[in-house]
Design a protein around this ligand. Sequence first.
Ligand code: NAD
Ligand code: DAU
Length: 333
Amino acid sequence: MEKILVTGGAGFIGSNFIRYMLQEHPYHIINLDALTYCGNLENLRGVEDDPRYTFVRGSITDRKLVDGIIKDVDAVINFAAESHVDRSIEDPEIFIRTNILGTQTLLEASRKHGVERFIQISTDEVYGSAEKGYFTEETPLAPNSPYSASKASADLMVRAYHRTYGLPVNITRCSNNYGPYQFPEKLIPLMITNALENKPLPVYGDGMNVRDWIHVLDHCRAVDLVLHRGRVGEVYNIGGNSERRNIEIVELIVRELGRDESLIRFVEDRPGHDRRYAIDASKIRNELGWKPLYSFEEGIRETIRWYIDNRDWWENIKSGEYLRYYERMYGGR
Ligand code: NAD
Ligand code: DAU
C-alpha cells in the first residue's frame, strides 16, 4: 500500500487520523473533504506542508471527482459524513445524500478500480439503544435517528458491495469519541467551551442517558489495525469501556473548570433520544490485540486543557455559522 484516500479528513476524527497516520506510516494521504460547516483546515495545522499529504476540496457525492482520485489509490477510509444527531432531526435530507449516496459513490469507484481495502467508519448508534447488555457485531441494526438510519443504510450498502462484488471491505462501529478538534456542537466540547464562557450548560431530559466514551486517538489506532490486519468482510466494534451518564460528565467539567453548578440547565429532551450505548469490543481486542490506552479521567483532563489552550480555534467557530445554529437550538433557554 502506498496511497490512501481519507475522506472527511478536515473533521474531528479524520484530522486526528491523518496526523496519526503520517506519524506512524510512510503512506501518501489524500484528504477529500467538502469543508462543510464542521470541516476546518485549521484542524490540520502543521500537516499541510508534509509532502506526503494532499488536500482536495470536494464532495464524496461527486462521481467524476471521486473516480479520478480513487483510480490512483490503494485504500479508502470513509470518515466523511454529516455527523450530528440534532441536525439530522432538524433536516434529514443532507444526511441521506452525504452518508448514503456519498458512500455508494465511493464504493462504486472502489469496485471499478479494485482498491485493496475499503474501510467504512460507522457508529455504535446503528444498533439503537442498549437498554441492557452490550452491542456485539451480531446485534441487529435498529437505528432511531435520521443520522443513525443513514449510517446503518451505508453499512448495508458496504456489506452488499462485499457480498455481491467481492470488494474487500471492513466496517468499524465506534462509540462516542472525545478529544482535540471536536466541533463544539457535541456534548463534551460544547460543555467545556460554554463553561469557559460562563454560558448555560444545556442538558437534555434528565441527564441520565449513558454514552460509552473513547479518546479519539484510541479510535485512530483501532482503525489503523483494522486497515492492516482486519479480516476482509468483517465488522469490528470499537469502544472505550467508559460508560458515563451525561450529567456526570457535565458535573466533572464544571468541577475541573472551577465553575458553579448553577450553570447547568435541564432542557427539553432530544426526540427519539437513545438511552444508552454500550460496546462489547472483545472481537477487536481478541483478534487484533487492540485496547484503549487512555483512561477517561486522564483523557478528559487533557481534552479540557486543550480547549483552554486553543481558545482561538473554538472562538472562531462559535462566532461563525455555528452561532446561528446554536441560537436556533438553544435561543431563550
Ligand atoms: P465531523 O462532523 O467532525 O467531520 C465530518 C467531516 O466530513 C467534515 O470535515 C466535513 O466537511 C466532511 N464532509 C461532510 N460532508 C462531506 C461530503 N459530502 N464530502 C466530503 N466531505 C464531507 O465528524 P466526526 O465526528 O469526525 O465523525 C467522522 C466519522 O466518524 C463520521 O462518519 C461519523 O459517523 C463517525 N463516527 C463518529 C463518532 C463520534 O463520536 N464523533 C463515533 C463513531 C463514528
Ligand atoms: O455514539 C457515536 C456517536 O456519538 C456518533 O456516531 C455521532 O456522530 C456523534 O455525534 C455522537 O452522537 P451523540 O448523539 O451520542 O453525541 P452528542 O455529543 O450529540 O450527545 C451526547 C449525549 O449528550 C447525548 O445523550 C445527548 C446529550 N446532549 C448533547 C448535547 C449536544 C445534551 O444533553 N446536551 C447537549 O447540548
